[in-house]
Design a protein. Structure first.
Length: 357
């Protein structure tokens, strides 16, 4: 039986508010989860977290290779630039291009990805207390609607905002899966200070409720462990991250072009795989905020469809997705791709979300 559309005849000014969506889900006693995209960070400060700001930063590096790429491809959309580079590499290989050209294209792709990470860290606010108390508390209230009810929060953002909010408000329900092992348990009975190893992922993954689907600045893959950088040596967290990056140790970031390439990167990292699989197993409803389901986000739609399809075999599946819309053009896009979803699609006015107090 064909899935009946509930959004095709809607206009933007007819969209429900976020508060109405919450009221509806809570009255149904429906489990609800949150997926956040770049719009969440832009609502905090669009001057820092927009693609234009990142593009302008990289352009000012005046790297001849990147400058030529920007000139030829003529877009500020990094995903599109990376996808074009992937296409160039495939064409060069298919036509028997010389190894030097292919190597140059690979090097350009790697340079762009590292420059993007550099841009995020360089433009980022220096520390958690640059965020006002009202912003911190307002955002914590927004997140607690999900976390305090035993549900899950997913983010595709690279920045520290989500981490900062949960840390400053000492959340008791946000679990990111990382933990420390006690190194000297036998010495404690003699009054020694406890000693812990680094903060590794896995100890609390069964209780995990916060998931960074595309990685984030504090998470590093050491080759044997997934490690989270922390405040230490009396230095800000971002300072420690930048020092690691100066040593060519880069955080876990998914920076590929299209959804298929992003999925490849995800499945090459066990932390990212775990996060993606959790998204693929949701039940109830998923609320999205600041996530536009663009043409390079097919892997996210596929995860939602897995939750809707395979959950049916358990008798407990993802029933619906509530997508936050910012504009008429955004609504038109969701109408265009609605048929790609295997669950019911609802929309609401994202401008009514008070995510930052």
């Amino acid at each position: 039986m064909a899935k009946q559309s509930v959004i095709q005849d809607l206009e933007f000014d007819q969209l429900r508010s976020y508060q109405e969506v919450l009221k509806d889900l809570n009255e149904k006693k429906r489990s609800k989860h949150l997926l956040m995209g770049n719009g969440f960070s832009m609502a905090y400060d669009s001057g820092i977290f927009s693609y234009n700001a990142l593009y302008d930063f990289i352009e000012k590096l005046e790297d001849p290779v990147l400058s030529k790429l920007f000139e030829v491809i003529n877009t500020k959309n990094f995903e599109q630039i990376m996808r074009q580079l992937d296409n160039f590499i495939e064409i060069a290989q298919a036509l028997g291009g010389n190894d030097k050209l292919v190597d140059q294209l690979y090097a350009a792709n790697e340079l762009l990805q590292k420059s993007l990470i550099d841009a995020v860290s360089a433009l980022h606010p220096e520390h958690a207390f640059e965020m006002t108390e009202s912003q911190s508390q307002g955002c914590f209230k927004f997140l607690s609607e999900y976390l305090d009810n035993g549900q899950k929060v997913f983010s595709t953002n690279y920045d520290l905002l989500l981490y900062w909010v949960l840390m400053r408000n000492e959340s008791k329900t946000a679990v990111d899966g990382f933990g420390k092992e006690l190194l000297n348990p036998g010495d404690l009975r003699y009054g020694d200070e406890p000693e812990y190893d680094d903060l590794y992922w896995g100890k609390y993954k069964d209780e995990q409720s916060v998931f960074h689907l595309h990685g984030t600045l504090p998470i590093f893959d050491t080759g044997t462990e997934i490690e989270k950088e922390v405040y230490k040596n009396r230095k800000y967290l971002l300072t420690n991250i930048k020092e690691r990056m100066d040593r060519k140790d880069y955080p876990v970031f998914v920076t590929a072009g299209d959804g298929q390439e992003k999925l490849k990167q995800i499945y090459h990292n066990r932390y990212l795989t775990f996060c993606y699989e959790n998204l693929s197993q949701l039940t109830g409803s998923l609320v999205t905020y600041g996530f536009g389901f663009g043409e390079y986000d097919k892997h996210i739609i596929n995860a939602i469809n897995r939750a809707a399809k395979y959950g049916a075999r358990r008798g407990d599946k993802l029933l619906s997705v509530y997508i936050g819309i910012y504009s008429e053009s955004g609504l038109d896009w969701i109408k265009k791709i609605e048929s790609e979803f295997k669950c019911k699609v609802n929309v609401y006015n994202a401008r009514t979300v008070n995510a930052w107090g």
